[in-house]
Design a protein around this ligand. Structure first.
Ligand code: ADP
Length: 588
């Protein structure tokens, strides 16, 4: 075991003189309390250690002891339904927000174990060997670690076992044996291997119309949500966590203020999963590193979170990871880098900011797992750019690695237009690929309608500028109609309250009907204006208000009401055309 003696301490950074060989990225225990740290630099006999716990009280001369292995976390059935700190140590609820110094993992719990293989069977890495069920009744799979495979020498019979008990023994190719528990350790900075990455073919269904209908992200894709303070990042991420169609949610609260995180910690355990009717927490893992927790652990928390997500992916599940906020993570990187005395780059961030962001986002994927199943990790990262400046380094580097970008706009948020996703400053690179998925889900016209709405919104921005100069009434009627229809797209489709019991989650079927109705209105309105009807007339249609309010009014259980709305719309327009023709005839 390698040892070193502390020479100096600067916040989370410890310099020590080594008396044995250390490896880069080796996990270490520091001082009498065994504070957890990681070797981040080696120079002759000197090592630099990043300590993930509060170093107050540590003094020169005390020991740093190497563990001989990289920083790893224990992945197992005890993760679901629980709340952890940035190093995956249990926080045990909002009342005990701190873990004891030097505590490295949760005390093991017991689970009902059911073997799925028999002695003599040969298992490859990542193969499923058992199913375990926790107290909450949710079944999980036990998989062989990605680097272990062999013949089953023995397997435990069905029953309750402690998480850390040996439940399976494998005979490896070299004749040695390896004991497996329900879970296993994995180094957080190493992506878990997969058989292959698969091309994304389906969107993550988020239940948020502005995302699913206009700026979808792939299941296994990556998205970023930049937005200034108070623009709704946290509310949106929480809405996605509650409403998206992932099997498992990993929610990382990274460097947010304690009281904001407390909201999440208090609210989540009380939420019900709309799909199963069971507590949402049963399929959620929360990792919290609030701004008052040690800064270096924040740097590690993002890798812990994605490793946890990959672990569930390897069980053949679809996982969504929400990280709020990657800016606070980058600030931790900057702070620790400053303590190392590294040369600051753009915005004071270290030069490796971009590659670290890439390391994180690149781990999102739809894959064929080592065990042959299909699983995915979708990553959604919030960014809080200082003063909402999207050209700052974290935002601009993140843009290179994400496929969907949902910019939250301060003006929209001020006008209480939620979610404040700005349609012209947001994009989804994969959108086209999802047209077949939408066609199979009741919206064959999805791509056409999406393009049409986006064009309208784009034209609206241009025409509004013009209207400010010459006045709206001076615009040609067709352009006045464009403004009218763009408002309708915003009000009827894109506005969606995260707090509305009816509308906080919108199913694809309901989205398809809403898109179709708005498209229908625009068709009819264009025909009417082309026939000479003044756009102002449209504002008086009795069915306009129900159309604007359909998101709030028509729940998923009453989709037939969309047909009534469409019939009313057709009737209103027929009436408009009839009176218009009659007026015309009188004037002639
Ligand atoms: P941020 O995390 O960007 O600082 P929050 O997510 O805390 O901002 O949002 C600030 C406030 O805006 C919330 O308290 C809520 O009142 C309102 N809000 C944000 N998003 C929505 C939404 N989708 N629906 C309704 N209200 C919202």
């Amino acid at each position: 075991m390698s040892r070193a003696s502390i020479r100096s301490i600067s916040g989370p950074v410890v310099h020590a003189r080594a008396s044995g060989p250390f490896r880069l990225r080796e996990a270490v225990e520091v001082g009498p309390q065994g504070l957890l740290g990681e070797v981040v630099r080696l120079h002759d006999d000197d090592i630099v250690v990043q300590v993930y716990e509060d170093t107050t009280g540590l003094r020169p001369g005390v020991d740093v002891v190497g563990r001989g292995l990289p920083l790893a976390i224990r992945l197992g059935p005890g993760l679901l339904g629980n709340i952890f700190d940035g190093l995956l140590r249990p926080l045990g609820g909002s009342d005990s927000a701190f873990v004891a110094p030097g505590m490295h993992r949760a005390p093991p719990a017991s689970f009902a174990f059911e073997p799925r293989v028999a002695a003599g069977e040969v298992l490859g890495p990542g193969a499923v060997f058992a199913v375990v069920t926790g107290a909450a009744g949710r079944a999980q799979r036990c998989v062989c670690p990605p680097d272990v495979g062999g013949e089953v020498a023995s397997i435990a019979t069905a029953g309750d076992y402690r998480e850390d008990a040996t439940v399976c023994t494998l005979r490896l190719a070299d004749g040695s044996t390896r004991e497996l528990a329900m879970g296993h350790d994995w180094p957080v900075r190493t992506p878990r291997p997969v058989r292959r990455r698969l091309p994304a073919d389906a969107p993550l269904v988020t239940g948020q119309r502005v995302i699913d209908s206009l700026f979808p992200v792939a299941q296994g894709g990556r998205a970023a949500v930049p937005g200034g303070f108070g623009t709704g990042k946290t509310v949106l991420l929480e809405a996605l966590a509650k409403g998206c169609n992932a099997d498992v949610i990993v929610y990382l609260g990274c460097g947010e203020r304690g009281n904001e995180m407390a909201g999440v910690l208090e609210e989540f355990p009380q939420l019900t999963d709309p799909k199963s009717g069971r507590p949402l927490m049963e399929r959620t893992v929360i990792i919290a590193n609030t701004s008052n927790m040690p800064v270096a652990a924040r740097e590690a928390s993002i890798y812990c979170a994605i490793t946890v997500a990959e672990y569930f992916r390897d069980q053949g599940l679809d996982v969504a990871l929400m990280a709020d906020s990657t800016s606070r993570w980058a600030e931790a990187l900057r702070e620790v880098s400053g303590r190392f005395g590294e040369l600051p780059g753009e915005g004071g961030y270290p030069a490796y900011l971009s590659s670290r962001l890439a390391d994180f986002y690149e781990r999102a994927a739809l894959v064929e797992t080592l065990g042959g199943a299909r699983g995915s990790v979708t990553v959604i990262g919030a960014i809080s750019p200082p003063s909402g400046d999207l050209s700052e380094p974290v935002t601009s580097h993140t843009k290179r690695y994400v496929k969907a970008f949902w910019t939250l706009d301060a003006k929209r948020a001020q006008a209480r237009f939620y979610p404040a996703v700005h349609p012209l400053q947001s994009y989804a690179e994969d959108a086209r690929d999802f047209a077949p998925w939408w066609a199979a889900n009741g919206n064959g016209d999805w791509l056409k309608l999406r393009r049409r709405f986006l064009t309208l919104l784009d034209d609206q921005a241009r025409l509004e500028r013009m209207a400010r100069i010459i006045g709206k009434d001076a615009l040609p009627l067709r352009q006045q109609l464009t403004l009218f229809c763009a408002d309708l797209v915003n009000d009827a489709l894109l506005r969606q309250s995260a707090f509305s019991p009816v509308d906080r989650v919108c199913s694809p079927r309901r989205q398809a009907l809403m898109m179709r109705l708005v498209g229908r209105f625009i068709d009819l309105a264009e025909a009417a204006v082309a026939a000479g009807v003044h756009p102002d007339r449209l504002a008086e249609l009795p069915s306009l208000r129900p159309l604007q309010r359909m998101g709030e009014d028509i729940p998923d259980a009453e989709l037939a009401r969309f047909e009534t709305l469409e019939a009313n719309l057709d009737r209103d327009f027929a009436e408009v055309m009839r009176t218009h023709e009659a007026d015309d005839a009188t004037h002639r």
